[in-house]
Design a protein around this ligand. Sequence first.
Ligand code: ATP
Ligand code: MG
Length: 430
Amino acid sequence: MIKALRGTKDILPDEISLWQRIEAIGRNIFNIYGYKEIRTPIIEEASLFIRSIGDATDIVQKEMYVFSDRGNRIIALRPEATASIVRAYIENSLFQAGGVAKLFYIGPMFRSERPQQGRQRQFYQIGVEAIGSDNPFIDAEVIALSARFLECLGVKKFHVKLNSLGCQKDKIRVIEKHKENFRPYLERLCETCKNRFDKNVLRIFDCKEDSCKSIAQNIKAESALCDDCAEHFEKVKVGLNAIGVEYTIDNKMVRGLDYYTRTVFEITQESLGAKDAVCAGGRYNNLVKELGGKDTPAIGFAFGMERLALALDKAEEVKNARCKVNTFVAIAGDALYNEAFKLLDSLRMAGISSEIDYDTKSLKAQMRKAEKLGVKFVIILGEEEFKSNKVVLKDMEKHSQEEIQLDKLIAELCSRPGLEHSYTKKVVDR
Ligand code: ATP
Ligand code: MG
């Protein structure tokens, strides 16, 4: 039997409501903050990612899916979205509209990593990019948006960690300082980190090997911000303080991509265990220019959706909000099947999610099915009642039932509290 590839997963109908909730709440809040959706291709020229993410990073060194296509072009499955969006921004002249291009995306990313809880080879990200401003209040807006998004989803116990890497010159100064800090431990570092020591010493802070992690823990934090970058960072904090977004400063946070400058941040969530980073982001002031555009500052973030779904799955209120079907049409006697089918259609067209049992057995069996679905109401069509255009409306929560005129049924159902409409508006006005 052919199985799904290692590190990939089917998202099954029972789990999908969580995913749809994340997407719906995301789209809504991103729109409120002025971000518009963009969808870029899943395949790109591999060089796009090598140039942006950096060739000393884990992603480029060992995680990227690269292949040559039939025309011998070197193609990559995108490992992240920022590089693609910057490419699209330049290629489609999105800067022509003026101001800040505020974009959001939702979609699959691919990295060949060792699969484990919260880490897959095909995973999904939802994120935003704000391209075209270096104003520190945009940093504050983007960080606040990530926190507000979690609040709207009902995710609790999350922590925002914040740092500034400074500009390119500051980064070089920090790298020099850390080279000296790590030099005494050079022999004890893993092979990859020995290589990182030469290529980009900051990457050592990102190493997942326990021995390197404990060395990195003992290295003192270094900050070498120039006056401009220090002032920028102070203003980001002022912005966040002004709107009450809580954060802690973590001077050792470097993030796994080379293109970051100045502000970087990460959000962790307590219930996620070892893989607790649910969101990561930061400024990338040199990337647009690096990829052939004008010198354009930018900032963004990405949430891992599997980890969001894991965090949400543990939230009680979400578990309880999963009622899907509202009414069930039951038939006492096969003769009324056609009428039941018509009623089912009218209920659905009125926006009331409804089910029927297509392998009708006894009324008892149908009631069991209705209970299993967790519906609020069962509408029973009985031959006697139907002769006088009536049906029985059974309230499954109150355990009460009453006869009701068929042509008043939908209005009656719509007036009942607790009945969720699939859409607030009728699907079709008849
Ligand atoms: P990590 O340190 O966990 O590998 P990262 O630095 O590689 O994270 P980013 O590239 O910044 O992560 O991606 C942002 C978010 O995307 C992460 O915080 C995480 O929630 C999610 N993510 C990254 N890689 C994976 C993966 N392989 N499977 C599932 N989610 C992922
Ligand atoms: Mg990673």
